[in-house]
Design a protein around this ligand. Structure first.
Ligand code: IMP
Ligand code: MG
Length: 185
C-alpha cells in the first residue's frame, strides 16, 4: 500500500519546502560569507533537509554529523546520548546546526551544550520545523533560523519518521490516526 494513502493531511508541500529553503539559503549565504562554517547535521531526521539546504548555502563550508538518541515511536525517553560524535575539532570555528524539528527542545538544548564545550567561535541553529506549543518551559534556547512553525501534531516525511517509516516522503504530513496503531511489517 502506498505511503501517501497513510496521510490524513499534507501540512507542507514539497514546493513550499523547497521555496523556503531557497529563502533561508539566501540569508545563510550572506551570514556565512567568508566564515568557512562547519555545518553540523543532527542525524537521522535532518538528512533530506541537510542535503537540500547545503546546496543553497553558497559559500565554502565543511560538513559534520552528530547522531544522538531521540524518540522511539512518539515517546521521548528523556535521556539523550551521543551515538556518533564529530570527526574533528570545531574550536574557534563558526558552527551552524541543522535540525529537523525543534519540539520539546531537549535535543537542541543538549546539542548546543555539548558543542559549546568545544569552544566554537559562534554557534547558530537552523531548524526546518518549530513546534513551539510543545516546548519544555525549562528550555529557553531559541532557533536563529526557522523554516516553518507547525501546530502541535506529530508530523512525518521529509526526514521525519514514525517508527523509522515515512522519512522518504518529499513533503511533511500528518498520519491518519489508524496508522499509529499499525502492526510492524
Ligand atoms: P525534541 O523534543 O525537541 O528534543 O525533539 C527530539 C526529536 O524528536 C526531533 O529531533 C525529531 O527527530 C523527533 N520529533 C519531534 N517531534 C516530531 C514529530 O512531530 N515527528 C517526528 N519526529 C519528531
Ligand atoms: Mg532530530
Amino acid at each position: 500500500m502506498s505511503m501517501h494513502n497513510d496521510m490524513e493531511e499534507i501540512l507542507i508541500t514539497e514546493e513550499a519546502i523547497q521555496q523556503r529553503i531557497r529563502e533561508l539559503g539566501a540569508e545563510l549565504t550572506e551570514e556565512y560569507a567568508d566564515k568557512n562554517p562547519i555545518i553540523i547535521g543532527v542525524l537521522k531526521g535532518v538528512v533530506l533537509f541537510y542535503a537540500d539546504m547545503i546546496r543553497q548555502i553558497q559559500v565554502p563550508c565543511e560538513m559534520e554529523f552528530l547522531r544522538i538518541s531521540s524518540y522511539s515511536g512518539t515517546q521521548n525517553d528523556g535521556g539523550i546520548k551521543v551515538h556518533q560524535g564529530l570527526s574533528r575539532s570545531i574550536e574557534g570555528r563558526h558552527v551552524l546546526i541543522l535540525e529537523d524539528i525543534f519540539d520539546t527542545g531537549h535535543s537542541l538544548d543538549f546539542t548546543c551544550r555539548y558543542l559549546k564545550e568545544m569552544k566554537p567561535a559562534s554557534l547558530k541553529i537552523c531548524t526546518l520545523l518549530d513546534k513551539p506549543e510543545r516546548r519544555d518551559p525549562k528550555v529557553t534556547l531559541k532557533a536563529d533560523y526557522v523554516g516553518f512553525t507547525v501546530p502541535n501534531a506529530f508530523v512525518v516525511g521529509y526526514g521525519l519518521d514514525f517508527n523509522e517509516k515515512y522519512r522518504n516522503l518529499p513533503y511533511i504530513g500528518v498520519l491518519k490516526p489508524e496508522c499509529y496503531n499499525k502492526k510492524e511489517q
